[in-house]
Design a protein around this ligand. Structure first.
Ligand SMILES: [Fe+2]
Length: 219
């Protein structure tokens, strides 16, 4: 089984001005695609069929893990964002609203917790919104490609990519402005759909290749 770059769930301009078209294209067609191409090349060398990216993340370390995790993380990152007009905080007493109230004491406190967690990430990594088996929400920071599918007892609901490539073209060294801005572009419908799942979100379904992967030829 090989994987392909998933279709973006929005237009390349949809996140502007928070995230420019140039950043989306560089991040998506440059970085995200490279992780998937690398993963296909590495899997090709093993000759195995591992069924899903979620299973690969659970069972490999080293380069295969890093590239599979980054393929998954970026697909999840894109799905967690939407254009500003569709990013509506669901203050509707629904499942997510109730979980936010119970876990953080409200949406403003939740945003503060997210910003605090993001400010603590040194270097490259992610902030994840997670839920545990009791339905408690929490933010967790990870380094580099680390993916919470490897963590026990929590499931990811959303993530914020804090690698420099996510913000540097638009904000240079002002990462805090990126962290503040992203809150207005969260796809809360997607977050709530993840909360209602029994298991981890299936990102493999967006990346199943319809044709075999053909590694690029060298010069
Ligand atoms: Fe990224």
């Amino acid at each position: 089984m090989y994987f392909q770059l998933p279709t973006l769930p929005f237009d390349e301009n949809a996140l502007a001005p928070f995230m420019s078209r140039e950043t989306v294209r560089t991040h998506y067609l440059g970085h995200h695609k490279a992780y998937i191409d690398n993963l296909n090349s590495l899997l090709g060398e093993t000759g195995g069929d591992y069924g899903s990216i979620e299973r690969i993340i659970q069972n490999f370390d080293g380069p295969i893990y890093n590239n599979a995790a980054q393929a998954w993380n970026h697909t999840f990152f894109w799905h967690g964002l939407t254009d500003r007009t569709r990013s509506r905080i669901p203050q509707d007493n629904g499942d997510l609203d109730q979980a936010v109230e119970r876990s953080f004491g409200g949406w403003s406190s939740m945003q503060e917790k997210f910003q605090d967690c993001a400010s603590g990430v040194f270097g490259s990594g992610y902030v994840w919104l997670t839920v545990d088996g009791r339905g408690e929400l929490e933010f967790a920071a990870t380094q580099n490609a680390a993916n919470p599918l490897r963590f026990e007892r929590i499931r990811p609901l959303w993530c914020c990519d804090l690698w420099e490539h996510a913000y540097y073209l638009d904000y240079k060294n002002q990462r805090v402005r990126f962290v503040e801005g992203i809150w207005n572009y969260v796809n809360w419908e997607f977050v709530e759909s993840c909360l209602l799942l029994d298991g981890v979100p299936n990102m493999t379904k967006f990346m199943i290749a319809s044709r075999p992967f053909v590694p690029a030829k060298g010069p």
